[in-house]
Design a binder for this molecule. Structure first.
Ligand code: PRP
Ligand code: MN
Ligand code: MG
Length: 196
């Protein structure tokens, strides 16, 4: 834990090594189940670390004699949060970008499904552009009464209803530079609150 976050966290929920083991297993499963070339699509910003590690493990798995799957990489930026409250979902996808997905097998890579709003809206938009298939890999799914019921195809960990940060998950853009997935403390929420 870096010094600047020492008092801002109440616990380590998933240590980095445990995350990496799980990501490796998910990579193997995804390679096994792939039926052809995959467009691996990173949902920025929170998805970037999981995406990077997942793609790395997929490459290693293919090298070690797994199903040979060509990957192409796409990035989309989606924003739904300010602070802790979920509001409107903003998708950065233009029509031109969406046309790239026609006829392709897409794997969306996301860090967390919380209420599920982001993913449901993203999937609705992508499906208008007639991809061959769309699957979703989310590192985390949160158990929350605010869930809309959406469950991704691949899940790393199911987590309790707490505000988690680290491994690219942020609180007001902080904590992305933390390896472990941690629960933020009350002090941390104050220390890294938006200041005007
Ligand atoms: C977070 C997270 C997911 C989404 C999940 O992104 O990375 O994309 O919210 O919430 P939901 O299931 O309730 O829709 P955020 O909007 O904070 O943007 P970021 O990835 O840039 O941090
Ligand atoms: Mn996100
Ligand atoms: Mg965020």
């Amino acid at each position: 834990i870096p010094d600047h976050y020492e008092t801002a966290l109440s616990s380590v929920l998933i240590p980095h090594g445990v995350i990496m083991d799980r990501v490796e297993k998910l990579a193997k499963l995804i390679v096994q189940e792939a039926t052809g070339p995959l467009v691996v699509c990173c949902v920025l910003k929170g998805g970037h670390q999981f995406f990077a590690d997942l793609v790395n493990y997929i490459k290693k798995n293919v090298t070690r004699g797994g199903n040979s799957v060509p990957l192409s990489l796409e990035f989309i930026k989606v924003k739904s949060y300010s602070g802790e409250t979920s509001g409107e979902v903003k998708l950065s996808l233009t029509d031109d970008e969406c046309k790239e997905f026609a006829g392709k097998n897409i794997l969306i890579v996301e860090d967390i499904i919380d209420t599920g709003k982001t993913m449901v809206q993203l999937l609705a938009k992508l499906k208008k552009y007639s991809p061959e298939s769309v699957k979703v890999a989310s590192l985390l799914i949160k158990k929350t009464p605010l869930s809309n019921g959406y469950i991704p195809d691949y899940v790393g960990f199911s987590i309790p209803n707490a505000f988690v940060v680290g491994y690219a998950l942020d609180y007001n853009e902080y904590f992305r530079d933390l390896d472990h997935i941690c629960v933020i403390s009350e002090h941390g929420k104050e220390k890294y609150a938006i200041k005007n």
